[in-house]
Design a protein around this ligand. Structure first.
Ligand code: SF4
Length: 283
């Protein structure tokens, strides 16, 4: 366990195995601006068994742990009481356990908690149609880490054990979300190794027909297999730029090509959907 005290980072030998023991961070311990923002973060689980080579989650947390739904509810009620309108569940993969999702949804319904948005990150392989039905009408905004719709690329990044099935399921899930009126976002990484520019644009356009699309630039975080593979190709080691919004790799695609992808993917779509997205995130 590690914590900061008077500016110093203190490392202890204690291991925190039960995350339900973590207290709600009281407002006196937070910077002042936290008081004025209208959203908050809640962690309902920690860890992910999928080992995508670009992701730090499984390297930081070796096993998956869940918080009891009652603890999650208590935390949500706390923030609701402090007039927060939006919650982000910071879990890297909220869809890991159908029971966990069901228990939280039941408590949200029973206690009638109404957040304007509850943002969650999901994985296609773990999400079921039943899970989506349970999440309907509770304020959820789903974000799927889809990353690519090309079988070879998905195989390279270890996103799934069955790429062909993953792609079909991905389209089915996004269409089902649309039918249920569940807001949904597809996350797509550019440029993943082995993909051609025309394919990137084609895949993004397909996803845009059935969801909002968010693009991220491939970012090799220290400690990940991607870092080992590409550490000699990094343009800039300033970790402040490791936010998936900066082009970090030298040998990826040229900046002009990436700009072209963004322009051709977003121009028309963006105008059409900007107001829709704006309404979801602004009070
Ligand atoms: S599925 Fe998501 S959280 Fe899990 S390792 Fe891959 S990117 Fe990370």
């Amino acid at each position: 366990m590690a914590y900061r005290n008077e500016g110093k980072i203190i490392l202890t030998s204690k291991k925190l195995t039960d995350i339900s023991l973590l207290p709600i961070v009281k407002k006196e311990c937070r910077p002042l601006y936290f008081k004025y923002r209208n959203f908050e973060y809640v962690e309902t689980s920690r860890g992910c068994p999928v080992k995508c080579p670009y992701c730090v989650e499984s390297r930081l947390f070796s096993r998956v742990r869940f918080k009891p739904a009652t603890n999650v509810l208590e935390e949500m009620q706390f923030h609701h009481g402090h007039k927060k309108k939006r919650i982000t569940f910071v879990d890297s993969n909220f869809s890991l356990s159908e029971n966990h999702v069901k228990n939280i949804c039941e408590l949200i319904k029973k206690e009638d908690i109404d957040f304007k948005t509850i943002f969650v990150q999901m994985h296609v392989d773990y999400t079921t149609l039943e899970m989506l039905k349970t999440m309907k009408n509770k304020g959820f905004y789903l974000s799927f880490g889809i990353e690519s719709l090309s079988e070879d690329v998905l195989r390279n990044i270890n996103k799934t054990s069955n790429p062909a099935n993953y792609i079909k399921k991905c389209i089915r899930l996004l269409k089902f979300c649309k039918k249920l009126n569940l807001p949904v976002q597809s996350n797509y990484i550019v440029p993943l190794p082995g993909i051609k520019v025309y394919k990137i644009i084609k895949e993004i356009k397909l996803l845009q027909k059935i969801s909002t699309v968010a693009l991220s630039f491939l970012t090799p975080y220290p400690g990940t297999p991607l870092w080992e593979k590409y550490k000699d190709e990094i343009k800039n080691f300033d970790l402040n730029t490791f936010d998936c919004e900066h082009v970090i790799l030298r040998n990826g695609m040229k900046d002009e090509v990436l700009r072209y992808i963004i322009r051709s993917s977003y121009s028309k779509w963006h105008l059409k959907n900007l107001i829709k997205v704006f309404k979801l995130f602004v009070p």
